[in-house]
Design a protein around this ligand. Structure first.
Ligand code: NAD
Length: 481
């Protein structure tokens, strides 16, 4: 791999300030063509335990620093990420597949959490509470929870780490991170930059391993862990929640979604199409807030489908490092085959392919960006998270009915509403049972606002002041006078 700074290509686990090897190694490959990128140390449950112990040992000293001291280190980390963006983006695109422009966007987005929480930690205010008893004085103080363990997915291998590690470290917690096996190199490069920025040994630890379940058991159940935070599928999240229960660990869960995208007859069509393209096809549809069900009012359905299909037909497909590419490969063959099966099942049940619909000769993990019409709510494509470049369109005629259909899912992460009517927009945004609703916008995630879901899409929030609160314990202090 060609990098300006070859020291950013790390292939070992990072425990207690040291890079450590393992007896076994795991291959990391480019999903676009299968090329071997690196072989990394296969971390064990023992490594995870030692990482937790190191984080516990480092906690007292890190939490005792002033907010300004912690902020100074975090700001150096932010600065180093920005300075090394070219190398970081190249690593990310090579191991994950998304186009370079998207990789750069993710890295700046990820880094913005570090900068923002470096500032926010100065405002960990407690309260003085009007007393119920003249002989007592009541206060609250906010203190870091302790050792925080994190498990993250492959679809945003940089930002899903910083969204957790930045507020945790800023609050005074120490962290152990297990990144996804598909994308460890982005994570390890971030860790190298954290070390260069001056995060003391033990404050940040990273363990990558092929036995995710064994590592997960340590990170959810070790007695020295105070809080566990996970981003990934709902199925795995449920297993990890159950594991957390045995030790009553605090936890946050950022899980899967099934986002409805509703286009009303009073929508601005250009806005609706470009928002749909942005939410549906970014990262080849492999985002948790990706549009999963498109409901279009029957009076504008044909116009919307024609414009969306025209935009999709023009998308350049190829290796994420190539100029102008919009759609890269899916993460692995299994993912591409699942998407192909969803198309086939839908077509067999009466849906129609407007554009795309098949694998591509570009490589075995490539699937064409696809628009389907005639989809119905009972099809698997409408009930499960697609996680691929398929845009399934349905018709609706009535506002109440489309709200009911949009809410008819166990998921509650993101939803989208396209309407120029301020009255309707307010009504529908309030009625949608989701953690986040975007109106006349396709990309909405930002450091300064709380990101997270309701129902089976998760527990807790990342970003904004809410994201910081996840890493504090509020202590009530009562003083007799
Ligand atoms: P996944 O659940 O398969 O894996 C996520 C992480 O969990 C990986 O690090 C994996 O190694 C680990 N893991 C898997 N099985 C485990 C086990 N038994 N014990 C411990 N760890 C285990 O998810 P994925 O395929 O990597 O990511 C895609 C999913 O993530 C989608 O469902 C997507 O919606 C979700 N996601 C959610 C958000 C959000 O903010 N809500 C953001 C990004 C992705």
């Amino acid at each position: 791999m060609q990098l300006a700074d070859t020291e950013l290509l790390k292939t070992q686990n990072y425990v207690n300030g040291e890079w450590r090897d393992a007896a076994q190694r795991i291959a990391v490959c480019d999903p676009a063509n299968g090329a071997l990128l690196a072989e990394i140390a296969d971390g064990s449950a023992q490594d995870a335990q030692e990482a937790v112990q190191a984080a516990a040992a480092a906690f007292d000293s890190w939490k005792s620093k002033t907010a300004a001291e912690r902020a100074a280190v975090l700001k150096r980390w932010h600065q180093l990420i920005v300075e090394n963006i070219d190398d970081l983006a190249r690593i990310l695109t090579l191991e994950q597949g998304k186009p370079l422009a998207e990789a750069r966007g993710e890295i700046l987005y990820g880094a913005s959490y570090i900068e923002w929480y470096a500032e926010e930690c100065r405002r960990a205010y407690g309260q003085t509470i009007p007393t119920h008893n003249p002989d007592m004085r009541l206060q609250t103080i906010r203190q870091p929870v302790g050792v925080v363990t994190c498990i993250t997915p492959w679809n945003f291998p940089n930002a899903m780490i910083t969204r957790k590690a930045a507020p945790a470290l800023a609050a005074g917690c120490t962290v152990v991170i297990k990144p996804a096996g598909e994308t460890p190199l982005s994570a390890l490069a971030l860790c190298e930059l954290a070390a260069r920025a001056g995060l003391p040994a033990g404050t940040i630890n990273m363990v990558v391993g092929s036995d995710a379940a064994a590592l997960g058991r340590v990170l959810t159940q070790h007695p020295q862990v105070a809080k566990f935070t996970f981003t990934g599928s709902t199925a795995v999240g449920k297993i990890l929640m159950a594991q957390c229960a045995s030790g009553v660990k605090k936890m946050s869960m950022e899980l899967g979604g099934n986002a409805p995208f509703i286009v009303f007859d009073d929508a601005d069509m250009e806005t609706a199409v470009s928002a749909c393209v942005a939410t549906k096809f970014r990262n080849a549809g492999q985002t948790c807030v990706s549009t999963n069900r498109i409901y279009v009012h029957e009076s504008v359905h044909d116009e919307f489908v024609q414009k969306l299909s025209a935009a999709v037909a023009e998308m350049k497909i190829g290796h994420g490092c190539d100029e102008g590419v919009i759609i890269g490969p899916l993460i692995h063959r299994r993912a591409a085959e699942r998407v192909a099966a969803l198309v086939k099942e839908s077509v067999d049940a009466g849906a129609r392919v407007e554009v795309g619909g098949d694998f591509l000769p570009t490589g075995e993990n490539y699937f064409a960006p696809t628009v389907l019409t005639g989809v119905t709510d009972d099809m698997r494509i409408a009930r499960e998270e697609i996680f691929g470049p398929l845009a399934p369109v349905q018709k609706f005629s009535d506002e109440d009915d489309v709200i009911r259909r949009a809410n008819d899912t166990p998921y509650g992460l993101a939803a989208y509403v396209m309407s120029e009517s301020i009255r309707r927009a307010n009504r529908v945004v309030e009625a949608l049972d989701y953690g986040m609703v975007a109106c006349n916008a396709g990309v909405f995630s930002t450091t300064v606002a709380p990101f997270g879901g309701s129902k089976e899409s998760g527990i807790g929030r990342e970003g904004g002041v809410e994201g910081m609160a996840e890493f504090y314990e509020t202590k009530y202090c009562c003083f007799g006078v």
